[in-house]
Design a protein around this ligand. Structure first.
Ligand SMILES: Cc1cc2nc3c(=O)[nH]c(=O)nc-3n(C[C@H](O)[C@H](O)[C@H](O)COP(=O)(O)OP(=O)(O)OC[C@H]3O[C@@H](n4cnc5c(N)ncnc54)[C@H](O)[C@@H]3O)c2cc1C
Length: 517
């Protein structure tokens, strides 16, 4: 994906749909519409997946918690999508066994029955049957689980993925299908003709140049920011999105050796908690904290960190200390408001599509797992609004860029899928930092083929270094800046500004670090 070529096309061509927002929702919609043969533009004001879509728990799941809430149709839809995503992006999704440890006699049968219902809903698209584990079997799978009072466990299967890498590969899929898309382009305002939205005023944040993108229909897929664009369209529009923050801690792999995750269905204050092995680390999360503000770099609250540290200590035999925490990251859930509710844990995780009088389409809610179905629904609606002939959705079996089931030598290259061979062929395989699985060739690939524009794009989303080890990623920043400067033709001043920006950002991911002002 060459950004300049895409920008030139965005400025000069006419489009059927202009999508604002390059997270799971917007990128999914771009793939869907382009696969149907429509002319598609997409702009993202930061980097692809910079918002919520790089900050998830990394699960492709039906959502056991929604089963508990009785939302069977949401679980059923998500389980179907889980199966489709595993088939269409096998390089990014894998089966993960989850163990629910039990500490009371009744928990085994209780969760055992619940997980059988989950298996039955997944049907043929299931990842494997659930079953009971004895205390010994539980300890064999999770040697670091708290043994005091342990009675046994229940094991079930769900999916795991790399969220930001999927976003990048969706962008590449859309581009290969003819969509024109660019990061660091902000939608500043809507263009209206006769009361109808006919495109957007865009600002290229790299060159500071404004231009227009003309389209029959504009789709607002801006996540927790959808109300900003809805109000630009209709100043009296009421807010439809409530924000709930979720925080994760990342620990070294020895806190959870092996390939199984832990799932705690109900902490003593009623929350769901996961400890998940991911890229040779352990991700612990998450929280559900209603927030009034929305920001591109949300910060974990002290009480959220305290909750995660206390509960990690409760369920793991070794208590994590602050110095064990490699990274802390927070994300904001866009939840669709259902009247007044202070409790975001019970707001809808389902998606919502709204069409304004001007024809502006807004899509929000849902989850990563259901991005494809959300895209299908919004493009069906967008065809109607645009007065286009309805074309059947083609993404049900459409492989995502990179899809392959082949063995990939050098396992950390697996998330690149079929691109791994091209990266290996570039040479330059020496790690740029001893604690990070990242080679210079990958950084060059990010710049040449994946539209990486900044050190953060490389270290936070093309690779996941910032989430895996915030301090090490800071130390790697000068090398990444030097390689990117070569690739993008930037000077020494750009390099030092990039290093400084990244270091400031990474501080916010270090437990107890200074937050950038
Ligand atoms: C803590 C947490 C854990 C989660 N875990 C899971 C999980 O394990 N599995 C799962 O399936 N789902 C999970 N989710 C849900 C999932 O991550 C979200 O539903 C999904 O990422 C939302 O994507 P989005 O595209 O709607 O929003 P975003 O990813 O936020 O994308 C919106 C984009 O719009 C851009 N934008 C805003 N304004 C403008 C503008 N004016 N011009 C151009 N661009 C603009 C933003 O920069 C942003 O990148 C989790 C969510 C959270 C918060």
């Amino acid at each position: 994906m060459n950004r300049s070529d895409h920008l030139a096309a965005l400025e000069s061509e006419d489009f059927d749909f202009c999508i604002v927002g390059g997270g799971a929702t917007g990128l999914g919609a771009a793939v869907d519409a382009a696969a149907r043969g429509h002319r598609v533009a997409l702009v993202e004001r930061a980097d692809f997946a910079k918002g919520t879509s790089s900050r998830s728990t990394k699960l492709v799941h039906g959502g056991v918690r929604y089963l508990k809430q009785g939302n069977v149709s949401l679980v059923l839809d998500a389980l179907r999508e889980r199966g489709r995503l595993a088939r269409n992006a096998p390089h990014l999704v894998k089966d993960l066994p989850f163990v629910i440890p039990t500490y009371h006699w009744w928990e085994g049968p209780f969760y055992g029955i619940g997980m059988k219902v989950y298996d039955a809903l997944a049907g043929k698209l299931g990842f494997g049957p659930s079953h009971h584990l004895s205390k010994e079997e539980t300890l064999a799978r999770i040697p670091t689980i708290e043994p005091d009072g342990l009675t046994g466990g229940v094991i079930y299967h769900d999916g795991q993925f790399d969220d930001a890498r999927l976003a990048i590969h969706l962008a590449m899929t859309a581009s290969e299908l003819g969509a024109k898309l660019a990061n660091y382009v902000r939608c500043v305002s809507l263009i209206k003709e006769g009361g109808k939205v006919r495109g957007i005023e865009a600002l290229d944040l790299e060159s500071n140049r404004s231009f227009r993108i003309r389209a029959r229909v504009v789709i607002n897929a801006t996540g927790v920011f959808v109300d900003e664009l809805r109000r630009a369209d209709e100043p009296s529009a009421s807010e439809i999105v409530a924000v709930s923050q979720g925080v994760h801690l990342v620990l070294p792999k020895d806190f959870l050796p092996g390939d199984s995750a832990i799932m705690i269905p109900k902490t003593e204050d009623g929350r769901v908690l996961f400890a998940v092995p991911w890229h040779e680390r352990v991700v612990i999360g998450t929280t559900d904290t209603p927030l009034a503000e929305r920001s591109m770099e949300p910060r974990a609250l002290p009480e959220e960190i305290d909750f995660l540290m206390t509960h990690a200590a409760r369920y793991l035999s070794r208590d994590p200390k602050p110095e064990d925490v490699l990274s802390v990251f927070a994300g904001l859930r866009p939840l669709v408001k259902a009247g007044d509710s202070g409790n975001t844990a019970s707001l809808s995780r389902d998606h919502t599509i709204l069409v304004g009088d001007s024809g502006l389409i807004t899509i929000t809610g849902g989850k990563w797992t259901t991005y494809r179905k959300m895209a299908e629904d919004v493009i069906d609606r967008a065809e109607e609004v645009a007065g286009l002939k309805a074309v059947p959705c083609r993404t049900m079996e459409l492989p995502v860029h990179g899809a392959t089931t082949d063995e990939i030598t050098g396992s950390h290259l697996r998330p690149y899928g079929s691109d791994a061979a091209a990266i290996q062929a570039m040479g330059d395989a020496i790690r740029i930092h001893p604690a990070l699985d990242l080679a210079a060739a990958e950084v060059r690939w990010h710049a040449r083929s994946e539209m990486a524009r900044t050190v953060e794009d490389v270290l936070a989303r093309r690779s996941r270094a910032l989430l895996l080890d915030a301090r090490a990623s800071s130390e790697a920043a000068p090398t990444v800046a030097a390689i990117l400067a070569e690739e993008l033709g930037k000077d020494a001043a750009w390099r030092s500004a990039e290093e400084a920006n990244f270091n400031k950002l990474a501080q916010g991911y270090v437990l107890g670090g200074e937050w950038p002002s």
